[in-house]
Design a protein around this ligand. Structure first.
Ligand code: GRF
Length: 212
């Protein structure tokens, strides 16, 4: 059984979808531990309810990003994970962290990358009058939200939408696609090499699987 470690900072609805998928067998793996950079993250309660160890590290206790990430690496590696899953982890990663988990570090970002890396993606989609928005699962590299895209899900945007409605619509898709991609990875179907995501031995196009 492959082991996942999940990193969060907040509500943890994506974590919940991963926990549920592990429990139902849609992910052929199990979550070994959850780490948060916020002690108040509700995702830690979700971990506890699922009987999974949850840990939090406060940035204020460390001299710098490198020191924080070294402690995080030590904590994560104690569980010997096959894959490290970022699920709403809102802290910039050091290069050393990315290098340490190179090719087994996944993230979900709430936009159709390469559009809108960074924060406030839903607001930007609304303000720009986009008619289409969505979410992307990608491998993590040193470039913020810039690693190879594996799978995207699109949602429509309507003129009367609020940021909350778009968030809900996008998250609904996230909860469907992230467990699917994680399962591809744990089954050995998905890899990263030569700066590309590969599924079943074929390189995926820049916008990921089934790009039209
Ligand atoms: C998600 O929308 C994800 O795309 C982004 O942060 C959000 C986390 O939500 N990276 P949750 O904590 O999983 O509910």
């Amino acid at each position: 059984m492959k082991k996942l470690v999940v990193l969060i900072s907040g509500n943890g609805t994506n974590l919940q979808s991963i926990l549920d998928a592990c429990a139902s067998g849609r992910i052929h793996g199990s979550v070994a531990a959850v780490f948060s950079n916020k002690a108040s993250a509700y995702g830690l309660v979700r971990a506890q309810e699922a009987g999974i160890p949850g840990h939090s590290l406060a940035a204020s206790a460390f001299a710098d990003r490198e020191a924080f990430d070294q402690q995080l690496i030590a904590g994560i590696d104690a569980y010997a994970p096959d894959v490290v899953v970022l699920a709403g982890y809102m802290r910039i990663l050091s290069s050393a962290f990315v290098a340490h988990y190179h090719d087994r570090l996944l993230n979900i970002h709430p936009s159709l990358l390469p559009k809108y890396p960074g924060l406030h993606t839903h607001r930007q989609a609304l303000e720009n009058g986009d008619v289409e928005h969505g979410t992307s699962v990608h491998f993590v590299t040193d470039e913020l939200d810039g690693g190879p895209v594996i799978l995207q899900a699109k949602v429509p945007v309507f003129a009367e939408d609020s940021e909350e409605i778009i968030t809900e619509r996008v998250q609904h898709q996230e909860h469907a696609i992230y467990p699917l991609v994680i399962n591809w990875f744990v089954e050995g179907r998905l890899t990263m090499r030569e700066g590309k995501a590969w599924l079943d031995g074929k390189p995926l196009p820049p916008q990921g699987y089934a790009h039209d």
